[in-house]
Design a protein around this ligand. Structure first.
Ligand code: PEP
Length: 268
């Protein structure tokens, strides 16, 4: 069986300017070190968790410079919250995959429900964004998830699966094995409400079944599937224990560096 590396990604949304981002990273590095010591004392290996943050475009450079600072050694990757599906040219206000790759971004978040809601983001564009991100050697983190209405109508996971079907239609199996899927029920984002852990487990199993049916067992065994929606230090341990949960996409709680470090260590 393939061992998937657990991961925790912090989505800062439209928060933390570049000065605040530097401060965040300093505090995170010291919280992280404190946790490392505690875990070492308890004989737990923690540094196999892959940890990343998704700052605003304007904070990426500050994070890049600090993440490279070996005296801090935060072992932190970073990425962007969105990208244009186009290469370059007369697209005022947009940011290309080439620009993000040049900054050293490891990830690009695609299809976040807030983008789907407040911008004309649609499934059709997301599939092309997946393509440009992979072509530039970065990892797409694609968000899928049903709204509260969808859930009450009993079409929860089907709604999310349809989003995934559409997002991956331009991908080969090899491409797909590099993709990260974040299952985020929209009604759970920023609300403090989470589905029962057994519901999360079964939703993630349905997602992996779809990948298996579409791309085969080898690919399905490699794709990391994260849960997102009101994850905090109080519920992370219970959710990560569930079968098939490879980690978290964390919004609100990631703005607090100590809380984020704690969630990262609970995911180990
Ligand atoms: C998110 O925005 O991806 C998210 C999961 O937010 P929160 O953790 O605040 O619910």
């Amino acid at each position: 069986t393939v061992k998937r590396r657990p991961m925790v990604i912090g989505n800062w949304k439209m928060n933390l300017d570049h000065v605040q981002a530097r401060q965040w990273l300093l505090e995170y590095a010291s919280s992280n070190t404190a946790w490392q010591h505690r875990m070492e004392d308890a004989d737990v290996v923690v540094n196999h968790v892959e940890i990343g943050v998704l700052p605003s475009f304007t904070s990426l450079l500050a994070i890049r410079d600090m993440a490279r600072d070996t005296t801090l050694d935060p072992e932190l990757f970073f990425g962007a919250q969105n990208v244009s599906e186009l290469d370059a040219g007369a697209y005022t206000g947009d940011i290309s995959a080439q620009m993000l790759a040049a900054l050293g971004c490891r990830y690009v978040l695609l299809g976040h429900s807030e983008q789907r809601r407040y911008h004309p983001e649609d499934d059709d564009k997301i599939d092309r964004k997946m393509r440009v991100v992979l072509d530039r050697g970065m990892t797409p983190i694609v968000c899928i998830g049903e709204t509260k209405l969808g859930r009450e109508d009993g079409i929860g996971i089907d709604y999310a699966l349809n989003q995934l079907v559409s997002a991956v239609r331009l991908l080969s199996g090899e491409d797909m094995s590099r993709v990260i899927v974040a299952y985020e029920p929209v009604w759970s984002i920023g609300t403090g409400m989470t589905p029962d852990p057994s519901v999360i487990e079964s939703a993630l199993a349905d997602i992996r079944d779809f990948i298996n049916a579409t791309f085969g067992a080898d690919v399905a065994a490699k794709v990391r599937i994260l849960y997102g929606g009101s994850v905090n230090p109080g519920n992370a341990a219970e959710i990560i224990r569930r079968y098939g949960v490879d980690g978290f996409l964390v919004g609100g709680a990631s703005l607090d560096p100590a809380k984020f470090a704690e969630i990262c260590h609970l995911a180990a």
